[in-house]
Design a protein around this ligand. Sequence first.
Ligand SMILES: [Zn+2]
Length: 502
Amino acid sequence: MAGKSKICFARVIRRLIFYGVLFAVFCSQATAGQKTHTVFFEGEENELHVYRIFGAEPGKTLLVVGGIQGDEPGGFLAADFFADMTLEKGNLIVVPRANFPSILKKERQINQDMNRKFMDDHTSNYEAEVVQVLKKLICESDCFLNLHEGSGFYSHTWDGVDRNPEKFGQSIIADEAYLKQGENQPGLDLEKMALEVIRTINSGIPDEAHYFHFNNHKTSHPDSLHKEQRRSATYYAMNICKIPAFGIESAKSLPLEQKIRQHILAVNGFLALMDIKPRTPGIDLEKPEMQYMIISVNDSIPVVVGKMQRLKIKQGDVIQIHDIVANYERGLSVDVIGVGNEFNDMKKKLKIVEPTRIEAKKDFYACGSVFLDIQDKRGTGDLNRLSLSDSEKSDELRYKLKINGKTRIVENYGRVNLNFGDRLIIVDVISGDIDPSAYIVNFKGFVGNSSLNTGEDRGYVIDTGAGVLLPRYSLEKQGRRYHVVTTLGGNEVGKIFIDIQS
Ligand SMILES: [Zn+2]
């Protein structure tokens, strides 16, 4: 299972803590802020999504499971919030929807109650497959929470048909009050743990009739009211994996928002007990990456164009970019190179007269390109159909320049002769299946943007007669021969030479 090695690694680190700094550094590199998302039974009806979140510092691991019974949305909707969390210390494993088929039907169970299959069960069905995965996850964790909605209101005393010791709602359930983990180890006071969390939950509940209570099922006792729980996930956790385990039960009859909020407070409470520290707010500087652009041509039905794909259009077609899909939601924009305005070309209708590239950006980071190719005028293909193709591999790098408004393509290491006063724009590089936005194209001696300190000079008007060039950067220091250096990942991959005659 993905991520397992990292958890083991964190445990090893804890044992070797006397090695101090060296291991601390090593560990933070291996685990810091990582998240994994594993999909089990992909494409099957019982698709199972497991999110693992590793804190920057090692610590305990809490497992949160929602939706083991599909008619209890308070649990799985609360679990969703934790799947997106980042941690400062400790780890989380989140399975928001353990029983997806039953969620789709909003039913407690499909073939069998999934929460009665953890002990002494030999019926094969999709529920059994999911339970196998959950069992592994439980034994990998230091504490387990099963998020439910329960009927009625639990009360230690009999206060009516809807409020009595047989009911589940508004309680934190444990199978025992006390967990003995090993021969010589001190046991764990589960009741004390639950009561501490219950205090936090109740402080946010205005109506005393809705207060949470500790609900000890005494599951293995001969006089237990809940012998059926001897096959549940928490019972497995306590008896096989020897870890503290709790059922968190919001009362079914309460408004959904309140149920979700209670579950969130409960999980937060256990995170605090386990010394697992959330990062607030979560800081995740994942590299921005565009996946798709949604583009229409002459008001056609929009087409989905993937990163580095090429859309074939005709000269003079009007394109409109409706949206982009990236690993970020905010700060996204597009730039149709050489067309539109200098900020954002999203949603604008733009007439395209020559081949170009559309660059997606997240804030000021370029994060992916698609290309617009102009179809051969004599082409006889189906003119009503938009055709897409992938970029082909190419070892050659070329430059698309505009000199006094006229387009010119220059080979790598080529030479360009300009007259003093000519206006040059380095429009783009043409680079096969490598994203042009991955390159930096730097006109040595010209500063395009002094605050975005990358050296990137594509797109600026370089007026050779306006005193914007710095002769000391020219090759002979006299301001007659400049060069434009192209790098990819910090390595020089090409250049062109610019001669300026006065
Ligand atoms: Zn339930």
